[in-house]
Design a protein around this ligand. Sequence first.
Ligand code: ZN
Length: 244
Amino acid sequence: MKIAFISDIHSNLEALETVLADLTTEGVDRVVCLGDIVGYGPDPNDCVARVEETCAATVLGNHDQAALGELSTEYFNEYARLATEWTSRSLSPPSRQFLSSLPYSMEFEGLRLTHASPLGPENWTYVLTLEEAKRQFGGYDERLCFIGHSHLPIVLEEEGDTCEAIRYPADETLELLPDRRYIVNVGSVGQPRDRDPRSAYVWYDTAMDVLRLRRLDYAVDTVQRKIIDAGLPAFLASRLAQGM
Ligand code: ZN
C-alpha cells in the first residue's frame, strides 16, 4: 500500500489541488494530513473541506489550534499573527468543528503521525538538530514517525545510540533499512521554506519499505493574487515565489 503524507498546507488551495491530483498519477492508495491546514493563505475553508473529504487520518497543527483561538500567538511573528487573526475571522462553523476534532498525535497503519514532534506533541517542538532527534526517538514506539512543522523535508535515521540526517533528493526512491527507525519530515504543501518554491509531499510504500519526496510546480501567481485581495500581508505572497 502506498500512503501519502501531506503537511503544512496553510490555506493554499492551488498547491493542495496540485498535490491531490499527483496522488492519482503516483498510484497512492491513502492520504493522511499532518496538520497546519490553515494559517497564512487565502482559502482556509476550502482546504479544510478537501482534507476532510480526502484524508484517512489528520492530526492538529499549531496554526490550526491558533486559528481556533486555543493557542496564544505571542510567539508567532507579526505576519503569522495577522494571518491567524484573519483566519479566525474567516473560519466557517464546519471548518471549526473539523479542526476541533483533531488529535495531536495518532497511530495509523502502524505508523506514528504528529505535526511537530512525537514527544510532547502539544509543545510544538521543532526537530532541527540531531540531538533533538535523538531525544524524540525515545518518545514513541513505532518504527516510523511522520512529521511536518518546520516546512523543511528531511529524513532522520536512528541506529542504536546514534542518529543521522539523510539526503532526501526529490523523486529518488529512498530505501529504508529494516533494523533502523526513522523520523520523516515531509516538507510543506503550501509554504515550502527550503528555497525551492515547489509544493512538497512524501509517499511511503509499505510493502517495498521505500519513500519518495515529490516536488510539484503549482500556480503560485494565483495564490499570491488571492493573498493580496484578501488583505493578508504582502510578504506572505512574495515568500511563496522564493520558497522561504
Ligand atoms: Zn506550518
